[in-house]
Design a protein around this ligand. Structure first.
Ligand code: ADP
Ligand code: MG
Length: 477
């Protein structure tokens, strides 16, 4: 019998960091973090071999996969003391892709899976917050419709924007339970109208979610990213199914992204951003401008707001750096004052940062000089030779605006407001600068074709910032 599913949870895991080829980077590290004793919500990983099987067998699964998934769900239910699809105290999952090497934002994630018209009521009751339950439900409907059903995301965004506008709200967090219930109704009407109806049955949701992750391995933007980064198409992706923790359940909740060192300069400081009362994608999507982790003296940082949690975060950071002996890029969520880690991986960095980190890690005794040399990719050195502004000319110039230095360099070109136009203009021989409200994975080809990228929203960990740094393209967000 082939083993297709590997569980993790409660400080135990069937996999570990060395099993990246089979479990994908995310799955291997989720297993490893469990073994290191970090607080990681339990779950399981469906292997990359299932993805390969899926594409070699006409989009079908191995016969014994269903049973193995059912057993894994039961295992997680045992740890959590809740049941998936239970109408009284439902267990909810995220379904997350994870290839061998990280492909930021390339593959799609569905959060809050398992919610339907019944379980949402149970969640409201169990949590004592209708607002939270319906916020989770409308997020689920939106993500599932987008990722799994391929619906036009704009329709849902528009409904959300209209709701906020009609009520005079500035932020998503201003929405009340009643507003969110209404929004859920509107989302369902949109689904009916365009023929993309989210199934009510949680098991159906789960299988559709798993299928969507495997399906997304072969979408254009994933293929483009692989081409740009020399990743073979036959590696496949794993699927991680993980118990949800909620950063959107109130003002003692948050979600964040952090780096164990500054990914732009390499400086040995704890670097990151977080948002109170928010879920996963909100930080990277740049929906609200996030706040810094470390204190800047103005009271907005996590360090000042929750000193004890900050200390826990610092401990985990030190723990993970010592364990992996490399700069880490981490995701965390705080649910009602309790910290959970959702991901760690070796962080992408600029060439400057790569050099500095490699040298300093030798000085700190973490790695040898030979290891340090291997940490700096030849391609990265190219970044150091990128254009920079003439400082004297800069002083004389008049700034139109100001933003965060998401990725270093200097760029000049005509501005374009869509990725398609930017790409077309670059192909026609123009130097272009892509200007977007925020970027998303669909923009990847336009980003690759641009000299520089400018976004209105988002911080240092936004999609635009992460991808631009990886490409060595100048980006202001
Ligand atoms: P990506 O590979 O694009 O980073 P992820 O699978 O890591 O996608 O997830 C997207 C976002 O959702 C991240 O912010 C992540 O922390 C969050 N997320 C994923 N799974 C969970 C979960 N079980 N509970 C809470 N948040 C989650
Ligand atoms: Mg992630």
């Amino acid at each position: 019998m082939n083993k297709w599913v590997y569980t993790f949870g409660n400080g135990k895991a069937e996999g570990d960091a060395s099993m990246r080829n089979l479990l994908g980077g995310k799955g291997a590290n989720l297993a490893e973090m469990n073994k290191v004793g970090l607080p990681v919500p339990p779950g399981f990983t469906v292997t990359t071999e299932v993805c390969t099987y899926y594409y070699n067998n006409d989009h079908s699964y191995p016969a014994d996969l269903k049973d193995q998934v059912r057993e894994a769900v039961a295992y997680v239910e045992g740890i959590m003391g809740k049941k998936f699809a239970d109408a009284n105290n439902p267990l909810l999952f995220s379904v997350r892709s994870g290839a061998r090497v990280s492909m930021p934002g390339m593959m799609d994630t569905v959060l809050n899976l398992g919610l339907n018209d019944e379980t949402v009521k149970a969640l409201a009751k169990a949590s004592g917050s209708e607002r939270f339950a319906y916020d989770s439900y409308r997020r689920f409907l939106q993500m599932f419709s987008d990722v799994v059903l391929g619906a036009d995301l704009d329709l849902y965004e528009e409904a959300l924007e209209n709701m906020k506008k009609s009520k005079g709200y500035k932020s998503d967090t201003d929405l009340t339970a009643e507003d969110l219930k209404e929004l859920v109704k509107e989302y369902k009407e949109i689904g009916l109208k365009i023929g993309k109806v989210v199934p009510q049955d949680p098991w159906e949701q789960l299988w559709a979610g798993i299928g969507a992750v495997f399906g997304s391995w072969m979408v254009d933007r994933a293929i483009t990213y692989r081409k740009l980064n020399n990743i073979p198409g036959d590696w496949g992706t794993a699927v991680n199914v993980q118990t949800m923790v909620f950063g959107n359940a109130g003002d003692d909740c948050a979600t964040g992204v952090c780096f164990s060192r500054d990914p732009a300069t390499g400086e040995n400081v704890y670097y990151g951003e977080y948002l109170v009362n928010a879920q996963g994608e909100d930080v990277v999507a740049g929906i609200r401008t996030p706040q810094p982790m470390a204190s800047k003296g103005d009271g907005t940082s996590l360090e000042e707001k929750w000193p004890h949690l900050y200390q826990e975060l610092v401990d985990v950071r030190n723990n993970l750096e010592a364990h992996y002996k490399d700069m880490q890029d981490m995701e965390f969520t705080i649910e009602e004052g309790k910290l959970f880690f959702l991901q760690t991986r070796n962080g992408k960095r600029t060439a400057n940062a790569a050099l500095r980190i490699a040298v300093e890690m030798v000085d700190e005794g973490l790695i040898t000089t030979d290891e340090a040399l291997l940490r700096v990719e030849p391609k990265q050195l190219d970044q150091l030779l990128h254009p920079a502004f003439d400082q004297a000319a800069l002083k004389a110039a008049k700034a139109l605006g100001k933003g965060l230095p998401a990725s270093p360099g200097a760029a000049a070109g005509k501005i374009y407001f869509t990725a398609e136009e930017a790409k077309a203009a670059a192909e026609a021989g123009d130097r272009v600068i892509l200007v977007r409200l925020e970027t998303s994975p669909e923009d990847i080809e336009g980003m690759a074709a641009s000299q520089g990228i400018l976004t209105v929203r988002g911080g240092m960990t936004s999609h635009a910032a992460v991808v631009a740094r990886g490409m060595g393209t100048c980006c202001v967000s």
